[in-house]
Design a binder for this molecule. Structure first.
Ligand SMILES: [Zn+2]
Ligand SMILES: [Zn+2]
Length: 416
């Protein structure tokens, strides 16, 4: 009798143990991802990668070493990937290899500027700097990859990791789409580090979060001569001055005051930038017309290039309503009610918009400002990443992917 009781107890204990273990592995909650992302195993590893990338910044479509580092880390994790996609881009796959497919995106490129921050891991390349936090974005996505790979058997579909080149010139996302990076993918998420949001908080909104954005370069030609005899010259400086003033009327006189548009002439020896949430291509057309007509009025010739130095324009970044709802709930679950901030639309542009135009997408900002208020705005030579934000980014990426796959009711089971 005593033996039977012992056997019964042992069987019950084993059963409980099995139940406990299986519930542990299937319940990969956002909170567990955050704990894991903050553990030295993941956090220190992400910091090491981010610092290595920061020391060796590479510009758009030149991210060869960055891409190599990503691939070697994916290899070590046992994550399968496609390479090259859009010259230096990498697309990794974790999970069943079957539908549904959800993508997470990080951009890899740096900016052509000199770092002014003096620290141990300062850029080693003169005139190049990670001043937009893309080194942090890569580290966060690799962090997510590491955690997702550990839980790959629990994924109810496939997570697609998109490491994208050339965001700063608005050309990388488009090329990745052309080369099939979104094949089978039904939703995509992107995160950008932000210095105006407190550490551990995140901001986004449903609908347009970033403006359509583009560049222009105008060359106005006149006829040179002595300043004392202007009647024998055709002065392009006067024509350029008229152009600058007339371009301002496109916003003040041709735009609904309730709409947002920006036309900035940022250099007189060069060109400027255009930004709008609505009517972006009409704005480009009007800029062209104003410049060429004003030049003609002043007896000069003008040519306008809307893609100077290969820089493309991008549409507005529009967040999908349903993905936004899912995102907001997940963030509140992960970080608490107060952690989600409703964002205001920004006039900045992002080529994530190309992904979000092709399939439903969601773009959000991740806070990194602390009490020191010492984190400068992106594209500043004083820009720094608060590395304490990296675990939040990795956990948000991983949690969103898991939740999306779990919630997804769309069922076509396409093979990879
Ligand atoms: Zn940037
Ligand atoms: Zn950026």
């Amino acid at each position: 009798m005593a033996i039977n009781k012992f056997l019964l107890f042992a069987l019950t204990f084993q059963l409980l143990l099995i139940l406990h273990v299986s519930s542990e592995s299937s319940l990969i909650t956002p909170k567990k991802f955050l704990e894991l992302a903050k553990s030295p195993e993941v956090f220190d590893w992400m910091v090491r990668i981010r610092r290595k990338l920061h020391e060796n910044p590479e510009l758009g479509f030149e991210e060869f070493e960055t891409s190599k580092l990503i691939r070697s880390e994916l290899d070590l994790l046992g994550v399968k990937f496609r390479y090259p996609v859009a010259v230096t881009g990498v697309v990794g796959y974790i999970g069943t290899g079957e539908a549904p497919f959800v993508a997470l995106r990080a951009d890899m490129d740096a900016l052509p500027m000199q770092e002014a921050v003096e620290w141990e891991h300062k850029s080693k390349v003169p005139g190049k700097m990670h001043a937009c936090g893309h080194d942090g974005h890569v580290a966060m996505l690799l962090g997510a990859a590491k955690m997702l790979q550990e839980h790959r058997h629990d994924l109810q579909g496939t997570v697609v990791l998109i490491f994208q080149p050339a965001e700063e010139v608005f050309a990388g996302a488009k090329k990745m789409i052309e080369e099939g990076a979104l094949k089978h993918v039904e939703a995509i998420f992107g995160i950008h580090l932000a210095n105006w949001i407190p550490l551990g908080k995140t901001a986004s909104l449903a609908g347009s979060i970033l403006a359509g954005s583009g560049f222009f370069e105008a060359v106005i030609t006149g006829k040179g001569g002595h300043a004392a005899i202007p009647q024998h010259t055709i002065d392009p400086v006067i024509a350029a001055s008229s152009v600058v003033l007339s371009l301002q009327h496109l916003v003040s006189r041709e735009t609904d005051p309730l709409d947002s548009k920006v036309v900035t002439v940022s250099k007189v020896h060069g060109g400027g930038t255009l930004r709008a949430f609505k009517g972006f291509s009409q704005l480009q057309q009007r800029v062209k017309e104003v410049i060429t007509m004003q030049a003609t009025v002043n007896r000069c010739n003008a040519s306008v290039n809307l893609t100077p130095e290969g820089k493309e324009s991008v549409p507005p970044t529009v967040n999908d309503m349903n993905l936004h709802k899912q995102f907001k709930n997940m963030v509140k679950d992960l970080l608490g009610e107060e952690s989600f901030v409703e964002a205001s639309p920004l006039m900045g542009g992002e080529d994530f918009s190309n992904f979000a135009e092709a399939i439903p997408g969601h773009f959000s900002f991740l806070g990194m400002q602390d009490d020191t208020k010492s984190y400068a705005s992106f594209h500043s030579s004083l820009y720094r990443v608060n590395e304490d934000a990296l675990p939040y980014g990795a956990a948000i990426h991983a949690s969103m992917a898991v939740q999306y796959l779990r919630d997804s009711n769309k069922g076509s089971r396409d093979e990879l």
